[in-house]
Design a binder for this molecule. Structure first.
Ligand code: G3P
Ligand code: MG
Length: 381
């Protein structure tokens, strides 16, 4: 009857006016352990059909694998759908039509190549393949013999022949470097990246000579995030991919007579990634409304802002003022900062320039979300 429909309106429709975007490390997880309040919070939102996605600067795995892992670690009633996850490298899939043969750096040995292949890249190399082709490329690499044998591609397949660099088909140029995640063997990753940036058209074993150097590298490089710090189980924050980027840029500049390396950097706090995440949040809301949470993955374009947003408010919940909070504030979302990760009390006093959360600072994810729900009259006390 009408009364029933009206009641349903009140309890379901307004809840779709607000959306939540959760950071993962330092908000839902600490390393490989779940933060207990994350379980109650996500279960609550799922139960009440309030749209949310996870938006992390982490990565190295397929979105579906990541969704399953988070769901298991948090023991969620309703598993996270792969459409609810944006990892730092998720937008890399928009580059597949422009680049064929790519070098994937960072991420676990047993998964990072598969991620790039799933995105649609035709030829995916990793530093371990180049080490297999010629270990002298970085004699101090930390891969075990077994790892090189198991994970390194046969040089006939990888088409890497560093002994005779100009052998044409036997040593095909690499046309893009994708830093998927924090390096696992930083020494070899670092050397190989510099080799390619300063090569002749991406051919390994060659060196270009440009008088005065150049800002434009021989092979374009994309970093998936810019985090200086991130939070795991260790008491202090740990260096992230942003530190690796600084190292790469500084040595490139040294080699190129002070020229600054041209790069593309994705992830939070950049608008390019917030737009991408916003599309997924809008799509997830629609899936909830349609009652059809299928596995068809939405693939927004890069640099494409949603024309309209159905949300009155979107709340970003993060632990890092320099990525989550700065990005959300600049994007026009509300921001909630937690004490469970990178941010520590007193940080604002030490650094005036840090972005401040629009809603406030909370002890954990549940406190933050409950405040947002209360402000919108969505929480029954
Ligand atoms: O490598 C992990 C990282 O840099 C941060 O992840 O989930 O806090 O954005 P997250
Ligand atoms: Mg975080």
């Amino acid at each position: 009857n009408n009364r029933f429909i009206f009641k349903r309106f009140l309890t379901t429709i307004p809840k779709k006016d607000i959306g939540f975007v959760f950071d993962i490390d330092g908000v839902l997880l600490k390393g490989s352990s779940g933060i207990p309040q994350a379980t109650t919070t996500l279960n609550y939102l799922s139960k009440h059909q309030i749209p949310f996605i996870l938006f992390t600067n982490g990565g190295g795995q397929k979105e579906s694998t990541r969704a399953n892992k988070v769901s298991k670690l948090l023991n969620l009633h309703k598993p996270i759908n792969q459409n609810q996850i944006v990892q730092s490298h998720t937008p890399f899939k928009t580059l597949v039509n422009k680049h064929r043969r790519v070098l994937v750096v960072g991420g676990p040995l047993d998964s990072s190549r598969d991620v790039a292949i799933q995105y649609g890249f035709k030829e995916v190399l990793r530093p371990v393949d180049l080490i297999k082709a010629n270990p002298h490329i970085w004699p101090f690499h930390r891969y075990t013999q077994e790892e090189v044998q198991t994970w390194g591609l046969d040089p006939k397949i990888s088409k890497v022949n560093v002994e005779s660099p100009n052998q044409g088909a036997a040593n095909e140029p690499i046309d893009l470097i994708l830093v998927f995640n924090d390096p696992r063997d930083m020494g070899s990753d670092f050397q190989i990246i510099q080799d390619l940036l300063n090569s002749q058209n991406g051919v390994l074993g060659t060196t270009r000579h440009i008088k005065g150097g150049s800002s434009k590298p021989s092979v374009p490089i994309v970093f998936s995030n810019n985090d200086f710090y991130w939070a795991n189980e260790y008491p202090q924050s740990r260096f992230g991919q942003g530190v690796f980027r600084i190292l790469v840029e500084s040595i490139y500049s040294k080699i190129n007579h002070g020229k600054q390396l041209e790069t593309l950097v994705l992830g939070k706090p950049f608008k390019i990634s917030y737009d991408y995440a916003h599309h997924l949040l809008i799509d997830w809301r629609q899936k909830l409304l349609n009652g059809k949470e299928d596995d068809k993955v939405l693939e927004p374009k890069l640099n494409d802002s949603p024309d309209v947003s159905p949300f009155k408010k979107v709340y970003m919940i993060g632990d890092n003022p320099e990525s989550d909070i700065l990005g959300a504030n600049s994007y026009g979302w509300e921001s909630i900062l937690l004490r469970t990760g990178v941010y520590k009390d007193g940080d604002f006093e030490k650094n005036d320039a840090l972005a401040r959360p629009s809603v406030g600072v909370f002890d954990n994810v549940q406190e933050g979300v409950f405040e947002a729900l209360s402000q919108n009259g969505l929480l029954k006390h």
